[in-house]
Design a protein. Structure first.
Length: 220
């Protein structure tokens, strides 16, 4: 995960907490929200990983008991090494294997969150988050109007807030910050939707942002 991608993910968390009434938040509050959000993510990830890793202990105990209680091993002299035994049928093992896959998934998520937490403390990420947030706050009326304008045919009230927040971040970058290539900004928005929203959302967000680029004749 690079610094800019980490910043966009943190912005998505931050935007979810911006007030609908249009009141602005200052830099100190922005930093405070990001810090608390990261801590919450880390704590939640740690708890999930701790729960998931109990599956490893269960599997270890299961294999130990399976080998220990095999008839051939029960007849062996005390102090001798147990003989390997066949594993049960696949139907019996599938649930346990699925649990181990879940452990692996949780481990990767924990590593990603740990990396996100580390990047959140860097100057580059902090400055980008503050810049995007303050720029959006200064131009929120235009950004929201563009989303409404380009969402003709969609029920704007039924669009997920998450999807709106992804577009608000991307539109702010496209129109006002302009320090990354257009394709990169749109691709990053689509990746956020893939990760946190739905397949339908990715197509919708890609279409809306593409329309804005066309309407505004934006070029790198």
């Amino acid at each position: 995960m690079n610094a800019r991608r980490a910043a966009r993910e943190l912005l998505l968390i931050l935007f979810s907490q911006l007030k609908k009434n249009g009141s602005n938040i200052d830099e100190e509050k922005i930093s405070d929200i990001v810090l608390k959000s990261v801590r919450l993510l880390v704590n939640s990830s740690t708890e999930e990983l701790e729960i998931a890793t109990t599956s490893l202990v269960d599997m270890q105990d299961y294999i130990y008991e399976l080998e220990l209680n095999d008839p051939d091993n029960l007849e062996r002299p005390v102090g001798t090494t147990n003989l390997p035994v066949p594993i049960p049928l696949t139907a019996d093992m599938q649930g346990k294997v699925n649990s181990l896959v879940d452990v692996a998934d949780k481990s990767f998520q924990a590593l990603e969150i740990a990396e996100l937490a580390a990047l959140a403390q860097t100057k580059e990420v902090k400055e980008f988050i503050i810049n995007i947030t303050k720029t959006y706050q200064a131009n929120r009326t235009e950004v929201k109007a563009l989303i409404n304008e380009c969402s003709i045919g969609w029920d704007i009230d039924r669009i997920l807030k998450l999807d709106k927040d992804i577009m608000k971040i991307a539109i702010t970058e496209l129109l006002f910050v302009k320090d990354a290539p257009i394709k990169v900004i749109i691709d990053e928005a689509v990746e956020l939707a893939k990760k946190y929203s739905s397949e339908e959302s990715t197509a919708f967000i890609n279409g809306i942002l593409g329309q804005i680029v066309k309407n505004k004749n934006l070029k790198d």
